[in-house]
Design a protein around this ligand. Structure first.
Ligand code: GLU
Length: 446
């Protein structure tokens, strides 16, 4: 860090001492960008960092809803509209018991740079609620989504702010949210992405995040004239991102041997293929949030309250949640000669784990670069909605491939420009930051 980044971080820590996750995400970006700030004093003269760390607006609201017993429940909803210098605010909604304003700001800050890296016209935002979908009935989910949209509808719009899914929000929730938006506003617009294919969704949106992550891994391996075929792969999580990764790794001839949940992880040395991949969808829809059922059904080992990073592999894809891979996990992976670590979840590695991995010889790529395929496909959905047209699956896949290659090359070239060849964390932070900062400079006081 340099004096400028240190002073802005100190100001932020003093102002929001309780927003630990948010401050962690800012520190992570600031760690990389000092050389760019030093070589371009215009950024400091125009107080770009001060402008960036304060969202355009932070909306928080009450979400009252009725459960199946007729009792009134109250949750908190959030939408943080961080930056729209590069396009409409764009980012998912997370419904999870762990959601706080700090988590949403942390994810929203990341989203600005992730979206910038795609090269598309996408600003950064994030939202969600501390509503816990675990064990809720379909009716309760609908009640909650409708109440959430009653307030959210005041803030979003096809060219202002376009939310999508994230943890706890899939096609079903997007359906209930979209239906309520349509009723409130009397309009059918691409105001949410991740919609069902028959009512405005895009081909491959459910798979896009996972596929994009694997396309990024392919680009990494190409640098050493290698590919996915025959590789042993560990994956954490069992949700949408993990599912897309498993499908694409199988297609490319790799073998996925783990999945995890909040209850522990399963080890399936034969590989997660065929009906087991479909079972991942059933597990998710069951709403139980446990992976042990997989072990029971397919008769494989289950490791209660443990994480899959102790299992030897060539490529590791953490696809569950933030801070799910710590320093000890990172050491275990390196000890077992992992070749690549490709982040699927947002911010899955702790700061200590990250520092250790950056110093090791493995190819390590951060989520803001590798998991941008989801939001890129959301942008394709917006483009299709704006023209009332549908692209074919092949067209979407080609464009997704192009975006992932563009992100990879940008990160790699930026790392070389600053004599940090192959440091993708540095490359992603600097390339993303430069695009946003330059747009702020071009457009004047933001
Ligand atoms: N929640 C996803 C992400 O973290 C997708 C966001 C979107 O499609 O807007 O990037």
């Amino acid at each position: 860090m340099n004096a400028y980044t240190k002073s802005v971080l100190a100001m932020l820590t003093e102002k929001y001492p309780w927003e630990k996750e948010y401050i962690q995400s800012v520190a992570e970006v600031f760690k990389s960008i000092a050389p760019v700030l030093d070589s371009n004093p215009e950024y400091q003269n125009n107080r770009i960092l001060e402008q960036l760390v304060e969202p355009d607006r932070t909306i928080s609201f009450r979400v009252p809803w009725k459960d199946d017993q007729g009792r009134i429940q109250v949750n908190t909803g959030y939408r943080v509209e961080f930056s729209n210098v590069l396009g409409p605010y764009k980012g998912g909604l997370r419904f999870h018991a762990s959601v706080t304003q700090s988590i949403i700001k942390c994810l929203g800050f990341e989203q600005i740079f992730k979206n910038a890296l795609t090269g598309l016209l996408l600003g950064g935002g994030k939202g969600g609620s501390d509503f816990n979908p675990r064990g809720k009935s379909d009716n309760e989910i609908m009640n909650f989504c409708q109440s959430f949209m009653l307030e959210l509808s005041r803030h979003i719009g096809a060219s202002t702010d376009v939310p999508a899914g994230d943890i706890g929000v899939g096609t079903r929730e997007i359906g209930y949210l979209f239906g309520m938006y349509r009723r409130i506003t009397k309009s059918f617009k691409g105001v949410l992405t991740g919609k069902g294919i028959t009512w405005g969704g895009s081909y491959l949106r459910p798979e896009a995040t996972g596929y994009g992550i694997v396309y990024f891994a392919e680009e990494l391996l190409k640098n050493v004239e290698d590919d996915i075929e025959g590789k042993t792969v560990t994956v954490s999580g069992f949700g949408n991102v993990a599912w897309g990764v498993v499908k694409k790794v199988n297609e490319l001839g790799g073998k996925v041997v783990t999945l995890s949940g909040p209850d522990g992880f399963i080890h399936d040395p034969e590989g997660i293929t065929g009906e087991k991949v479909d079972y991942m969808l059933k597990l998710r829809l069951s709403g139980n949030d446990v992976v042990k059922d997989y072990a029971d059904k397919f008769n494989v080992d289950f490791y209660k309250d443990q994480r899959p990073w102790v299992i030897p592999c060539d490529i590791a894809f953490p696809c569950a949640t933030q801070n799910e891979l710590d320093l000890d996990d990172a050491k275990a992976l390196v000890k077992n000669n992992v070749k690549c670590l490709v982040e699927g979840a947002n911010l899955p590695v702790t700061l200590e784990g990250m520092e250790f991995l950056e110093k090791s010889d493995i190819m390590y790529a951060p989520a803001k670069a590798c998991n941008a395929g989801g939001v890129a496909c959301s942008c394709f959905e917006m483009a299709q909605n704006a023209t009332f047209m549908n692209w074919t699956e092949e067209e979407v896949d080609n464009r997704l491939h192009q975006v992932m290659k563009h992100i990879h090359d940008q990160c790699y070239e930026t790392s070389c420009e600053f004599n940090k060849k192959g440091n993708y964390i540095f490359g992603a932070n600097v390339a993303g930051f430069r695009r946003v900062a330059d747009a702020i400079l071009d457009q004047g006081l933001s």
